[in-house]
Design a protein around this ligand. Sequence first.
Ligand code: SAH
Length: 236
Amino acid sequence: MFARLARRLRLVDEGGSQDRLLEQVAADVTETAPLTGRSLLSERVSGALRRVPRDRFVPPERHSSAWTNVALPIGLGQTISQPFIVAIMTELLDLTPDARVLEVGTGSGYQTAMLAELAAEVHTIELLDALAARARTVLGQAGYRNIRFRTGNGAAGWPEAAPFDAIIVTAAAASIPDALRRQLRAPGRMVIPVGRPGLEQSLILVSKDERGTVSERAALPVIFVPLIDRGSEESE
Ligand code: SAH
């Protein structure tokens, strides 16, 4: 009796369930459709959301919150993104099974896993050694073999592996780095949050057509940690 009341009043953490999380993500997608142009997740993206175990990507002390539709701290001032944001960013990339993808901001590796589920090859760059090392271990243990890792400044992209069919940036840039625009294939799609820390940021969808003409549109107001633009001392 008390337990039920406490749950209803949210006095105890129910932990959330994967099914409920998927329902919440679907509801957020529908609600934001006027902005994003997507009212439903594709079968491919919702299937990947179901397959990727988010609890493996959050620190042990956050396990009970893994199946909630919120961003969570992962250490070093960084966060694992909110599942709805991961879902809609992935959706907007329209990944095909043969796609080659660049991700900037590996973080926990959760978004990386989503991409690895849907594309042929993922190149991911993380600035902070400790996070890069942890993500590499978790993704290896989860069995992903189509991910290449790099530690360094992702604002410079990964020129040797370019062009990419899709580019996703999971930290907010002051403006879209030229290197990333250049490394996008024609045709190709990029999603990137743009704006200043603490102020409103916009998720920008960049589309390059077959002839290389680039168009950009704001797809959603978002909040991301900043993309740190620091020298590009890189290692693989
Ligand atoms: N997709 C990740 C989001 C992590 S938060 C997840 O869901 O877990 C953004 C990440 O970008 C942080 O890990 C941060 O360290 C990283 N980052 C910030 N600036 C960067 C840069 N210039 N190059 C590469 N990674 C960067």
